[in-house]
Design a protein around this ligand. Structure first.
Ligand SMILES: CC(C)(COP(=O)(O)OP(=O)(O)OC[C@H]1O[C@@H](n2cnc3c(N)ncnc32)[C@H](O)[C@@H]1OP(=O)(O)O)[C@@H](O)C(=O)NCCC(=O)NCCS
Length: 163
């Protein structure tokens, strides 16, 4: 049976947990984020505090329904003129491969299309990120272009595959 999850807006105290994930190279292997310096709870909190002020970003925590444990982030950012960019990671690696990335993606895309009334959501995925690519195809993203190792994808509001 699927692990049940929900998403809720990120809050400043989440930085006390998420700073650990920032320091884990395995989490960022297939992303554009490069760890250049160790991230302390203070650095993460300062960064998050600035991000939470932005009105063109909606950042959520992915949490387990049973225990409320916070295990990852999902966000749409750069919201502008009906479009936005999508990002997702599960920081607690023991929860990879359990269908959580897929469930969380559907939840935020429903929010983007039905609550924010966006028209298009874009993302970039590393060509070797099999799990990410598989989720994005399943929810309705299609390829737009490729540059280097990254594939740009888009889902239009009318193309979201809810099941
Ligand atoms: C990428 C990521 C979000 C995927 O989330 P997840 O919860 O582990 O993925 P799911 O369990 O929902 O699986 C989605 C699909 O990928 C497949 N999959 C999962 N892990 C896989 C792996 N290691 N190798 C190949 N396929 C995998 C699943 O079988 C499933 O395929 P299906 O829909 O055909 O059954 C997660 O692994 C992660 O946070 N990785 C680090 C950060 C990252 O890469 N973020 C994405 C940047 S674009």
């Amino acid at each position: 049976m699927n692990i049940q999850i929900y998403i809720r807006p990120l809050k400043l105290s989440d930085a006390d947990i998420s700073y650990k994930w920032r320091n884990d190279p395995e989490v960022w292997l297939y992303t554009e984020y490069v760890i250049t310096t160790p991230i302390s709870p203070e650095i993460e909190k300062n960064w998050l505090s600035e991000k939470l002020k932005l009105s063109n970003e909606k950042r959520f925590a992915i949490c387990l329904s049973e225990t409320n444990e916070y295990i990852g982030n999902i966000q749409i950012i750069g919201i502008n003129n009906g479009s936005a960019d999508f990002h997702l990671f599960i920081g607690e690696k023991k929860f990879w491969g359990k269908g959580i990335g897929y469930q969380a993606s559907l939840l935020i895309l429903k929010y983007a299309f039905f609550d924010l009334m966006l028209k298009n959501v874009f993302l970039e995925v590393h060509a070797e990120n099999v799990a990410g690519f598989s989720i994005y195809k399943k929810v309705g993203f299609t390829k737009v272009s490729r540059h280097g190792n990254f594939i740009k994808m888009v889902v239009h509001s009318s193309a979201l595959k809810i099941n």
